[in-house]
Design a protein around this ligand. Sequence first.
Ligand SMILES: Cc1cc2nc3c(=O)[nH]c(=O)nc-3n(C[C@H](O)[C@H](O)[C@H](O)COP(=O)(O)OP(=O)(O)OC[C@H]3O[C@@H](n4cnc5c(N)ncnc54)[C@H](O)[C@@H]3O)c2cc1C
Length: 389
Amino acid sequence: MTKEAIHPLSKTVIIVGAGFYGSVLAERFANDLNWRVLLIEKRNHIGGNCWSCPDPDTGIDVHVYGPHIFHTHRERVWKYINRFTAFNNYRHTVWATRKGKVYPLPFGLAAINLLLGKRLSPAEAQAWVQAEVDKEAITDPQNLEEKALSLIGRTLYEAFVKEYTEKHWGRLATELPAYIITRLPVRYNYNLGYYNDPWEGIPVDGYGRLFERMLKHPNIEIQLNTDFCDIRSSLPAHDLLIYSGPIDQYFDYKHGRLGWRSVRFEREVLDMNDFQGTSVMNECDGSVPHTRTHEFKHFTPERSFDRTVIFRETSFEPKPGDDVYYPVRAEADMAIRAKYQEEAAREHTKVVFGGRLGAYAYFDMDDSIGTALDKYDELKRKLTSSADA
Ligand SMILES: Cc1cc2nc3c(=O)[nH]c(=O)nc-3n(C[C@H](O)[C@H](O)[C@H](O)COP(=O)(O)OP(=O)(O)OC[C@H]3O[C@@H](n4cnc5c(N)ncnc54)[C@H](O)[C@@H]3O)c2cc1C
């Protein structure tokens, strides 16, 4: 057999960030193109924000950076991810506490009827919401509050959206831009499923094992605890760089810092079988400092544990160096992002930017995986056609 026929490891890609975006590309370059991959990750583990691992006290698989429910409508992503894990039958529901009472979200017949103490039919509930919206008479909403009122009216907005949103973003709803909300779907039925996607579940042995399987390949070298910024001047020789860290950081913040909102989690182990009876409870009252409470054992109802572990999630304004979670995407941020994107376009032959931090966008997991697979197809086409030429 000639050397060419066994595709010698002649090329190297350096990938920054071991979240889904970076890990999918690492797996594809190693398995499909037989490239050598150097995966650089600043944390002490792979998996990015989707990482999960067994809680040291209870053994329950905890999602270290907040609850992650896998759901997708993309068949390609579903087939791809199932190569590395099986999923359980978990179906996500969200409940919300408000003034001592519990309601199911998103807004549907159950929440409306519980709130009003009535038994409205689907048509009656729809007419009630429409009347609430008409009362506001807002045609050109100027801020988040006006946008929400124009979509669902005042009663639902004040009960479930206003205080929660203000806690989450740390600003008054009248100071937040309208575009943060594109829609506030109201379901006129008793379907409590949070997602509408055909595929949903939690990896049976956790996200941690999923990532370990994905990245287990002799061509993939993983360098943890390594910040790209600290080693960028001494990178080993490479043919391509894929960067899924923050785009403003890559360009040394020369056009300014992009705005993000962060969350922190307070962990508590409880000597009881079940704390709240569900995985995620939203806290709608402004007087409660945290936004949500997560109880991870409910993600794996097929497993049993004597004790439980909960995380209380609180939002805060990050300082430089803090982990970032939700892009603010205010007008000023988007203007800064456009400048970085222009710079990135000039580097496109050497560096590929992607993932939620590289794109400065909110991605669900299937968006990160889907965009990585699409990017891989595009790169493979270019790389193999330039090699053929
Ligand atoms: C609280 C919360 C809950 C969520 N829940 C869901 C959910 O239920 N379902 C769902 O589909 N999605 C959910 N998501 C979205 C999900 O987390 C993202 O889709 C996913 O993390 C994106 O993967 P990524 O690879 O783009 O980014 P990340 O997972 O953030 O990975 C980027 C990696 O790059 C590393 N990095 C950054 N800078 C550097 C550097 N300079 N040098 C080296 N490494 C660096 C980071 O440490 C990180 O590991 C949630 C997000 C949040 C914030």
